[in-house]
Design a protein around this ligand. Structure first.
Ligand SMILES: [Zn+2]
Length: 191
């Protein structure tokens, strides 16, 4: 039974339960930590969330995260090597940046429905792209997405490749270790 006059506490638990992979018990534990046991940490986190959600937006070119209209990677002239890596989520950019192998530009394409062909064509011409690398892990949905994008971009005479086999099927790039991911890039296959 809920204790009376603890509305805000229960609201917090309920909100935390909406986080991915957080159940009721974990949410309760977190709520005690954030507003009882470590109040100052709770306030710091609340402030960081507010600041980040106000400042962070999607880059106008790649749809990755940025605090400016154009992200640092899109602005970086030294990364104009003609390569564009298409990824499924903004967090994949950070994952690929961590392996310190890829030196081109990115584009985030979360689903076929999110595809804006005109925008992608503009981006390709803006960055002088010659090769499109699909940085997706293999799955039926991603294979369909690759075929769809390749078909739409055919008139632009680009080279297409996808990161190599060895990337496990149906899991996100965040579950692949650095070494496997960089060798998947090195061993990318023409399609
Ligand atoms: Zn960008």
């Amino acid at each position: 039974m809920k204790i009376k006059n603890l509305e805000s506490f229960y609201n917090l638990i309920e909100a935390l339960e909406h986080l991915p992979s957080i159940g009721k018990k974990s949410a309760e534990k977190m709520a005690y930590t954030l507003c009882v046991d470590h109040k100052s940490l709770g306030q710091k986190i609340a402030q960081s969330i507010q600041e980040a959600s106000q400042k962070i937006r999607k880059c106008k070119w790649c749809r990755g995260l940025s605090e400016e209209e154009e992200c640092q990677i899109c602005q970086d002239q030294s990364r104009n090597n003609g390569e564009l890596c298409i990824v499924a989520h903004p967090r994949d950019i950070a994952i690929i940046e961590n392996i310190d192998f890829f030196q081109g530009k990115y584009y985030v394409l979360e689903s076929i429905e999110m595809m804006n062909l005109d925008h992608l064509v503009r981006l390709i011409s803006h960055h002088g792209i010659e090769e499109v690398i699909f940085g997706f892990s293999p799955s039926l949905a991603n294979d369909a997405l690759i075929l769809f994008v390749e078909d739409r971009l055919k008139p632009l005479n680009l080279h297409f490749s996808k990161i190599a086999q060895g990337v496990p099927t149906g899991i996100g790039l965040d579950h692949i270790d650095h070494l496997s991911l960089s060798s998947a890039f090195r061993g990318r296959r023409k399609i």
